[in-house]
Design a binder for this molecule. Sequence first.
Ligand code: SF4
Ligand code: SF4
Length: 436
Amino acid sequence: MLIKTLSHLARKKVPSQVVIQYTDNCNASCPQCGMRKSNKFLRSTMKVAEAKKIIDHAAKNDVSALSFTGGEPMLYFKELTGLISYANKAGIKYIRTGTNGFLFQNHTDPGFTRRMEMMAQTLAFTKIYTFWISIDSSVPSLHEEMRGLPGVIAGIRKALPIFHSYNLYPSANLGINRNVGDLKGLTARDPCNFYQGYKTAFKNFFDLIIDMGFTMVNACYPMSVDSTEKTGLDAVYEATSEAPIVNFTSEEKALLFKALADTIPEYRHKIRIFSPLVSLGSLIRKYSGEPDASYPCRGGADFFFVDAKNGNAYPCGYKGGESLGQFTRLDLTKNGDKPSCRECDWECFRDPSELFGPLLDMFDKPLSFIKKIRNDREYMKVWLDDTLYYRACDLFNGRKKPDYKKLASFKVKNSSSFVFPYPINIKNPSYANVED
Ligand code: SF4
Ligand code: SF4
């Protein structure tokens, strides 16, 4: 792995990642997503033979990580598990997929345990690296109501020990939204309460999933494409929404990213948390008036999105106007235009771009790297801590249980009063009080 990463860096690239949207079919009703079952549009699902060609091309081009997304990928469990095995045999190590949780419904049925065992056994056989289960709220009833999937929280709780017995450690995926807790009516007009409300909601969320039995978690940052904003973004698929539940102002984003960054350190020794603090720090800076604080996104350079409809490649799922043509004809090893996009916060591409940023500088622009160490010590400290944490988490290997001895070194003193080193610096002076 190390040698492979170094060889990428030497070529001014980072280990590449492809997100394959296997389907845009879904059986859930999430208000924040255009693919919810009630939304009428022409749906598409990839053919297995086409998906195999995409996997072959990815493997030939030295792709390290492959994700199968949807819609709801687990509607096609048999096809998916076959494709995961196929990708693994083709030499791709980091293979991920997940579910909205519908499989965990009806947990009181007599056949539930047997069904979970079959599912866990089949998934475990594929050598999948990460299997995620989406959970959108620290309040179980709110989550189930939004997804339209009653009973899933109890079902997941019951299924997790079964998954663990097959050495499968699913990750909880939190899609941040205004229902992440009981936050009704909170806006940035009341910044202190907004910040405190989200901090409490994130704490409650971590407590809930630890109590359910999860050993790993990731946060998906809110994605919305506002048609009134001149962002230039145009989603390839229907994953975005203008629904108020995922629309946050810049001020609110700064506050909620700060609330998350201030909460994570308290939990890093209890559960493996994928969200890198360095990335949250850059987002706080971005929404506090430093738009170029982050490293530019590697979407379109090393990371690609392939759609279910045509098998076309895009720089990401949010650049529908920039088709790169058939993925199977794309030369992924080429160095294209210099990455410069920072238009969205899509964690799948933004988090690894941020984490690899300083490493790439070390190889490509050593002077910039030295300058960063000198001038932005706080950033480099957080980045180094993240890289050590990633190592302690065994790169979030979802096939191994956490090594709590290694995680223990990330326990912070006085965790309840921990404050992430980036202050909020928004024009409105009342934001200065946010840490009080
Ligand atoms: S967020 Fe996922 S589960 Fe919910 S409607 Fe969209 S694709 Fe389906
Ligand atoms: S920041 Fe990355 S994921 Fe977001 S629009 Fe730009 S290229 Fe796409």
